[in-house]
Ligand binder design. Structure first.
Ligand code: FIX
Ligand code: ZN
Length: 435
């Protein structure tokens, strides 16, 4: 066995291991170049409806920052529609002025922009965006993607591919050239949350489904999932659920009952048949402020008993689960202790902040040891990988160093190889093995 570590050596060894370990990012909203990019000077034709977002103005107009700038310049001063009618550059200038120049950029989303630019070697100490904008204009996504992935030490990017989004579905139907750097995930929120609307769309696509969830509809809905799993070569299926989601559903709620039938008779049987995991991201109440668009979603406390009921009812299925409310994290970690087919992942969205990542990761190590996935990036803009993983690696390393020191203080002989093995599980292996 290689030389056991002294407790004073642990922090440096953990930090190096976490930095060195390539990440498989299990949930992002990033896209391969095959989906086009609206950002000018891209490799290949600029496509205004392209889905691959990258570069300075996309970074600064991330919906997290749109929410934050409307706190400083409220809609009574700058109406939402006026803002959204502005060009990306004008929106970015507005956000930069109010959140970075006239006030210090110390929120996590502001800090993320600074970390990203800093890691790219861009100097914004003049508090102007001109030079950074110019630099981005010289980048090409084909090379730039490899550059960002290398700098962020991200080995694989998992996309989110919402089949009910017309723009995206059209692209798949036209044919998407596989890109080994990117894996697809079949995202199906409307199937469970708005079955009547989903059924109408699916019927128009040639699937013999009707609102009534009965025999033929179930078979045809299963065929729909199989078709899209194959078309996307999806590595898992996913959806997000509101805080109000319950399993089993309230018998008095017809829509919820339809969703439960689709879950029990369509989604989970197809996942089991294809050996695919099912990811549930629970706790987002959509469009609390619709005028803010993507920035308008709210968090709500969800029901962990619904998760355990589902895991118990479907022991042959595997579930990735993350929850949006800080209040749900402890019970979710305990639920994962009860069900091996439950894999807890990430510090999602409103808990993806240093204070909460540290709190949640500590609690998860204490309850789950090495058997969970500490983080995903949820990146929407390619360059965000640079900050999301930089910030999280440091926090995860800090928690692990403390837990390893505790083990060594209790007499355990710990080696560098042990730490590297565990870190590989946290940042890649637990996800890949659970798939
Ligand atoms: O449901 C989701 O995948 C969420 O992550 C998004 O809807 C959300 O806007 C987001 O990107 C949060 O980070
Ligand atoms: Zn997401």
């Amino acid at each position: 066995m290689s030389q056991p570590l002294h407790r004073d050596q642990i922090e440096a060894v953990v930090s190096a291991a976490v930095q060195k370990q390539p990440v498989v990012d299990m949930h992002t909203h990033l896209y391969s170049p095959a989906f086009g990019t609206p950002v000018p000077n891209a490799a290949g034709p600029v496509d205004p409806t392209g889905l691959l977002l990258w570069g300075l103005d996309e970074l600064v107009t991330y919906h997290y920052l749109i929410a934050e700038v409307f706190r400083v310049v409220p809609a009574t001063v700058l109406p939402y529609d006026t803002f959204f009618k502005m060009s990306k550059v004008e929106q970015a200038d507005h956000i930069w002025k109010h959140l970075f120049v006239e006030r210090s950029p110390i929120s996590e989303a502001c800090r993320g922009v600074l970390t990203t630019l800093h890691k790219l070697g861009l100097d914004v100490s003049d508090r102007k965006l001109d030079s950074a904008r110019k630099w981005f204009k010289e980048q090409k996504p084909g090379d730039y993607i490899d550059k960002v992935m290398e700098l962020a030490n991200v080995e694989s990017i998992t996309m989110t591919n919402p089949v009910f989004d017309d723009g995206e579905r059209e692209r798949w139907l036209r044919g998407i050239k596989p890109d080994p750097r990117f894996q697809a995930v079949l995202r199906i929120d409307p199937l469970l949350l708005d079955w009547p609307a989903a059924a109408k769309k699916m019927a128009s696509w040639g699937y013999g489904v009707s609102e009534e969830v009965g025999g033929r509809t179930i078979e045809e809905a299963r065929r729909f999932l199989r078709d899209w799993i194959d078309k996307q070569n999806a590595i898992y299926l996913a959806l997000s659920l509101p805080p109000s989601w319950r399993y089993p559903a309230d018998p008095a709620d017809a829509a919820a009952r339809a969703g439960q039938a689709i879950l029990e008779q369509v989604i989970l049987p197809v996942c089991a048949e294809r050996g695919l995991a099912f990811a549930m991201m629970i706790g987002s109440r959509r469009a609390a402020n619709p005028a803010l668009r993507d920035a308008g979603d709210m968090v709500g406390t969800s029901d962990v008993d619904s998760v355990t009921a589902l895991a118990a009812r479907f022991p042959g299925n595997r579930f990735f689960v993350t929850m949006l409310a800080r209040e749900n994290q402890h019970a979710l970690a305990v639920a994962a202790r009860k069900f091996g087919n439950l894999m807890v992942f990430g510090c999602w969205w409103f808990v993806n902040n240093p204070s909460l990542i540290t709190e949640i990761t500590k609690m998860r190590v204490e309850l789950l040891g090495t058997s969970f996935i500490p983080q995903h990036s949820d990146a929407r803009v390619l360059d965000q990988l640079l900050y999301k993983w930089d910030h999280s690696r440091k926090l995860i390393a800090g928690v692990l160093a403390e837990k390893y020191r505790d083990a060594v203080d209790a007499g355990w002989k710990l080696t560098t190889a042990d730490i590297e093995r565990d870190v590989a599980l946290y940042l890649k292996g637990n996800f890949r093995n659970f798939l």
